[in-house]
Design a protein around this ligand. Structure first.
Ligand SMILES: C=C(O[C@@H]1C=C(C(=O)O)C=C[C@H]1O)C(=O)O
Length: 365
């Protein structure tokens, strides 16, 4: 006969052992922190964190689910880092936006999160060292590029040090107990655009009020019991407002990409990508000859975007993402060639390729 009392005593014992080990780990991290102070080294070491997570995920952890272990370790690393230094992360706010959610996914819950009212302000917080890193949206899989972020990258000296891919699942949040009691829907235009078919099927003829963010939509619903807001799950937790419907986005594979910006460049990991920005001489075939040169170097281009230079009409800047790290021999050679050929070359940064597993459905509001 299985004795449930004994089994539970066993679990309590194991929990005690886990706590004792976490205490031991925290103490070692504090000692590493003291060493870093003595040797003027940066506290946050992306490559080391990547190495730890990769090593853990390579092990046979069954029956414990690996994805859960990834989340648990993200939090352990975040907590240990916070013991070394109080790290601040600026993000496009207000609190509970998808950018906030992306920042927590990337850095864990133990750091200090600083909302900024605009994308430019996120960059400013990092430039002024009020924050060590900033998180800004760059692209939504259904709505396209966030041009303001691309344009700000042209002007800044900050580096791109990471990328986050977040599935965007919109929820309908309301104090009302049924769809039939809803008289107004509040939403940011982008979220509203991503939920068009849900709204026309389930809430036809209900007036839609545009808000500056999803969070603002939720705030308005707190005052209006017949109002509903489109927002993420996190807004429901923070503002304590129930979720009436989940997954109301039209396309289930709706994702948003975010960039992490900062000054500390991550070292080489097992799988990195490099973002560069170039302008080219305006002549037939100029871009294709550059892409050809990249291919001849054996380097894979994963993304190519263009933006007007805003200096001269019909003059463009190209944003190119390539596989590999700028310390790689092939990329070093490529950059030298580009510098000889292009009027302008800027290396935005090399950083680990983001985890795209379980990334279904996001927007940045
Ligand atoms: C402990 C360290 O500092 C930080 C915390 C880490 C951890 O908890 O394992 C790993 C890398 C750093 O971001 C370290 O550099 O080893």
């Amino acid at each position: 006969m299985i004795d449930i009392k004994k089994l539970r005593e066993g679990i309590d014992r194991v929990d005690g052992e886990i706590i004792a080990l976490l205490k031991k780990r925290a103490d070692l991290a504090k000692q590493v922190g003291a060493y870093k102070i003595a040797h003027s080294l940066p506290f946050h070491v992306v490559a080391r964190e990547r190495e730890i997570i990769d090593r853990i995920l390579e092990q046979d952890t069954a029956p414990f689910p690996k994805e859960a272990l990834r989340h648990i370790y993200r939090e352990i690393l975040s907590a240990c880092l916070s013991l070394e230094e109080p790290v601040s992360i600026s993000y496009l706010g207000p609190p509970a936006t998808y950018t906030h959610q992306a920042a927590i996914k990337h850095f864990g819950n133990s750091l200090r999160f600083l909302p900024a009212p605009t994308i430019r302000e996120v960059f400013r917080f990092v430039e002024s060292k009020d924050a060590l890193y900033g998180v800004v949206p760059i692209e939504n899989s259904t709505e396209g590029m966030v041009n303001y972020t691309l344009d700000t990258l042209v002007e800044t000296d900050l580096k791109v040090v990471g990328e986050i891919v977040l599935p965007i699942h919109h929820c309908l949040l309301t104090k009302s107990s049924s769809l039939s009691n809803i008289k107004t829907v509040f939403a940011h235009p982008q979220s509203q655009a991503q939920c068009r078919s849900f709204l026309s099927t389930h809430l036809p003829n209900i007036p839609l009020v545009e808000t500056s963010s999803n969070t603002r939509a939720v705030e308005l619903c707190l005052e209006d019991e017949s109002g509903a807001a489109i927002a993420g799950e996190m807004a429901s937790d923070i503002y304590n407002i129930p979720i009436l419907r989940r997954h109301i986005e039209d396309y289930p594979d709706n994702q948003t990409r975010f960039l992490v910006i900062g000054t500390i460049e991550p070292g080489k990991t097992r799988k990195d990508q490099t973002s560069i920005m170039i302008s080219i001489i305006d002549r037939v075939g100029a871009l294709s000859s550059i892409l050809d040169m990249i291919a001849k170097q054996g380097i894979n281009v994963t993304r190519l975007e263009s933006r007007p230079s805003r200096k001269k009409a019909w003059d463009y800047i190209f944003f190119i993402d390539i596989e590999g790290h700028q310390e790689d021999q092939s990329i070093r050679e490529l950059l030298k060639k580009l510098q000889n050929l292009c009027p302008y070359v800027k290396i935005l940064g090399s950083y680990p390729v983001p985890d795209r597993k379980n990334t279904v459905g996001a927007s940045h509001t």
